[in-house]
Write a protein that binds this ligand. Structure first.
Ligand code: NAD
Length: 293
């Protein structure tokens, strides 16, 4: 039985969308909630909404791409609530999409700094705090179905989300003898404002290059899919259920199982061809080096 009562969760990107709903869901399950977000007016209304629901909440304006903002977030979270039991690395932006010939370098940097380094800085800052009290603790990284297989024109978004899946797998094994349970949430489309991520593109990632027809096309398809996506409430409830079950991979869209299955099948078939190759004869019998702890 998952006992979250009186424990504290820090949620990046908690002002809106999936992060906000997780704050509401975990808060209603008895947790103290720290909402950490770059979008200040939205953050203030998210804080009020949680407070009105009777949840102990602290809002911190911060940018996940800045390590010093994470240090400050940890400091104020500990000051207010004493200890931290859960980090949800949720903040993310739909940046850096487009064809490989049309590199929007600031867009790539933006996606990498927020979607990948934001997760690394968050974990690096909070893992010592999650470990130090010896009670149950959780690290939840929000990746995407886009991290389970490449997609044409997916660009930096798919690259960062695939990295978050891989990091979560690494950290899951790295932390397996500690009280910290690592999970990675990989939703397909959810009804949020992710398709409007440019609202939070920091000035340092200017200039924004004029969108090519490819980018415009993918932006339109994405916006429609997001608008028709599942409700955030479903994601929050599913995360709670999956935490109870101690799941590493948290999926919200069973209809998308075809995505990782196709990838696994293609990889398995490629291994089979390698196993049949006369060039590689004898290698199949050699010992496999694994980095288990
Ligand atoms: N909505 C979807 O269809 C979908 C699908 C798969 C994965 N995801 C992932 O879910 C996560 C949450 O996104 P969402 O769909 O709720 O979108 P959203 O845009 O509604 O919410 C994202 C939140 O992150 C915040 N944020 C953005 N940049 C930030 C920064 N530099 N520092 C701090 N906060 C920042 C935003 O202000 C916002 O509150 C993201 O990681 C996203 O990639 C979303």
């Amino acid at each position: 039985m998952l006992d979250l009562e009186g424990k504290t969760a820090v949620i990046s990107g908690g002002a809106g969308g999936i992060g906000f709903n997780l704050g509401m869901t975990l808060g209603k399950a008895g947790m103290n909630i720290v909402l950490a977000d770059i979008e200040e007016p939205q953050l203030a209304s998210a804080e009020s909404a949680l407070r009105d629901a009777g949840i102990e909440v602290l809002a911190v304006a911060m940018d996940v791409a800045l390590r010093e903002d994470w240090a400050r977030t940890a400091e104020v979270a500990v000051q207010r609530f004493g200890s931290v039991h859960m980090l949800v690395n949720n903040a993310g932006v739909g940046g850096g999409i487009g064809a490989l010939e049309t590199l929007d370098e600031p867009g790539w940097r933006w996606a990498i700094d927020v979607n990948l380094m934001g997760v690394v800085y968050g974990a690096n800052t909070f893992i010592p705090l999650l470990k130090e009290h010896g009670e149950s603790a959780w690290l939840i990284n929000v990746a995407s179905m886009a991290g389970m297989a490449g997609a044409p024109l997916g660009g930096a978004y798919t690259a960062t989300k695939a990295a978050v899946v891989a990091l979560s797998e690494s950290w899951h094994d790295e932390l397996k003898n500690t009280p910290v349970q690592v999970s990675v949430l990989a939703p397909a489309f959810v009804k949020t404002r992710i398709h409007l991520s440019h609202r939070n593109r920091q000035a340092r990632y200017a200039p924004v290059s004029a969108p090519t027809p490819d980018v415009l096309h993918i932006a339109k398809v994405t916006a429609k899919a997001v608008e028709n996506g599942i409700d955030v409430e479903v994601v929050g409830a599913r995360v709670l259920e999956a935490l109870e079950q101690g799941e590493l991979y948290i999926f919200t869209h069973p209809n998308y199982s075809v995505v990782p299955q196709q990838r696994s099948a293609a990889i398995a078939a490629a291994f089979e061809r390698a196993a049949q190759s006369p060039i590689l004869e004898g290698i199949s019998d050699q010992e496999v080096t694994r980095f288990d702890r």
